[in-house]
Design a protein around this ligand. Structure first.
Ligand SMILES: [Zn+2]
Length: 479
């Protein structure tokens, strides 16, 4: 089994010209070849079978290989006719740039390249101006005479440079192997654009390395990193290339790639650890900052020593606050008729330290009548919790929990829950007799506000607290 493949082939190519431009068929920027050739019907693309005559091939695309084709004689006739017509127009007005440029294109199709160049030089002399320079710059680029094109684009840039012009010159410099110059131009654009510049810079870096200038190539790689940052890190080819640069030049990794991944995990872990350490430190500090209340309900003063420290006196009806650290302590009490020691355990759990501290009370000889109040504020109304009041007498030491403030000492300030302002005000109004009861009344009333009485009754509440302290503490005495 074998296939017989027929096709067309061009032999004996002559007068070949290569140009750079947009292909009229596929629209891509390509190398376009124009030449004369003999067309043959072939077997296996190489064995000529039937001659089809001498042809002119015009702009054969390097990408899609489509082209225009005409029999050589008719092509020459038509190009000559166009040329004669164009020449008449040109001679009538040799100073018109667009006519001169059309003329130049026809000369390029019709005559060898030397004549084209000569005519381009004539245009340059005859029609001075930036417009001519721009047209010739593009012309030389089309001709793939890049060094000439660069010269003209540089002239343009001297008058007014732009990012587009810099990119164009960079591209042409790259094409003629001037990679350093290409990099200089690309790195000097005012607004770097990832789509436009990333690939060009990357290619420049690779070209520098290929041409034995890896060190400068690495500079370009670093420039890319600095310019495009995170975007660059998604380009695996770029990252691979960067690694080869690093290996070749024996430099430390510029982006520690694995640690990039690690930072995403390590970051939260580190902050978690910081929070935990902060919590532990806060706990230690809080554990050091407890208060021991020493209450003396006796009619005489008492000498107190806590864990062997300097003794101090607690006067009749006095409450002394002793700053103390957590732990088991020994409190020695001396009164005129006796002395004793008690073990006092001052301890909170971690949660209690932050949220619901104990109130630690040493009650001298159990003499103080302590009121333990649990106050239910208006905000807790929904919970149907009942306020409670206990009288504590006779205990030497208490670690009280779940109370709002120790003993009957009232809060210095009452903050009204905004949702229950009305109710609180009304209850304050109702409980003139004993302001402490205001708060227990809160559970029962839900009515009209009386703002003008509010301040007065809060004051009464505080006064009532003091009154209670006086009333209860001296109640029990042991003498
Ligand atoms: Zn094409």
């Amino acid at each position: 089994m074998f296939h017989i493949a027929f096709g067309f082939h061009y032999f004996r190519k002559r007068n070949e010209k290569t140009r750079k431009g947009g292909c009229e068929f596929c629209g891509q920027e390509a190398t376009l070849r124009t030449y004369e050739a003999s067309k043959w019907f072939t077997l296996y693309h190489i064995i000529p079978i039937v001659p089809l005559g001498r042809k002119q091939i015009v702009h054969s695309c390097s990408r899609c290989s489509k082209h225009r084709e005409a029999p050589i004689r008719s092509w020459k006739r038509s190009i000559q006719a166009s040329f004669d017509e164009m020449e008449r127009r040109y001679l009538a007005d040799p100073g018109d740039l667009s006519t001169a440029m059309e003329m130049l294109h026809l000369i390029d199709l019709r005559f060898p390249e030397e004549q084209t160049i000569a005519f381009a030089q004539k245009i340059e002399q005859d029609i001075p101006g930036m417009e001519t320079i721009g047209a010739l710059a593009e012309w030389y680029e089309y001709l793939m005479r890049y060094k000439d094109a660069i010269r003209f684009y540089e002239l343009l840039a001297q008058t007014e440079d732009s990012d587009a012009l810099k990119r164009k010159r960079a591209e042409l410099n790259f094409a003629v192997g001037e990679y350093t110059r290409a990099y200089t131009l690309l790195s000097s654009v005012t607004t770097a654009d990832f789509k436009l510049d990333f690939q060009a810079l990357f290619e420049t870096a690779k070209a520098l390395r290929r041409n034995g200038n890896a060190r400068e190539g690495l500079l370009v790689m670093k420039h890319i990193l600095a310019t495009f940052g995170e975007q660059t890190k998604k380009e695996s080819l770029f990252l691979d290339e960067l690694e080869s640069f690093e290996t070749e030049l024996h430099v430390a990794p510029i982006i520690p790639r694995r640690s990039l991944f690690r930072m995403e995990i390590v970051g939260p872990i580190v902050s978690g650890i910081v929070v935990i350490i902060g919590f532990i430190i806060a706990n230690i500090v809080l554990a050091q900052m407890q208060t021991l209340y020493v209450v003396n309900g006796l009619s005489t003063s008492a000498g107190i020593s806590v864990s062997g420290r300097m003794p101090f006196a607690v006067l009749h009806n006095e409450i002394v606050k002793v700053p103390i650290e957590e732990g088991d302590h020994t409190v020695s009490v001396t009164v005129p008729w006796t002395n004793y020691s008690i073990r006092v355990s001052i301890n909170n759990s971690i949660i209690e330290r932050f949220l619901m501290k104990h109130v630690f009370v040493v009650n001298v000889c159990g003499s103080g009548a302590l009121i333990r109040e649990k106050i239910v504020y208006a905000g807790s109304l929904a919970s149907k919790e009942e306020p409670t009041t206990d009288l504590l007498v006779g205990k030497y030491f208490s670690a009280l929990q779940g109370i709002d403030y120790p003993f009957t000492t009232p809060p210095e300030k009452i903050t009204l829950d905004s949702a229950f302002k009305k109710e609180i005000r009304y209850c304050l109004f109702l409980s003139k007799a004993d302001a402490i009861d205001i708060l227990s009344s809160l559970t029962n009333f839900n009515s009209i506000p009386q703002p003008k009485y509010m301040k007065r009754y809060i004051e009464a509440h505080i006064a009532g607290g003091e009154k209670r302290l006086r009333k209860f503490i001296p109640l029990v005495e042991r003498e």
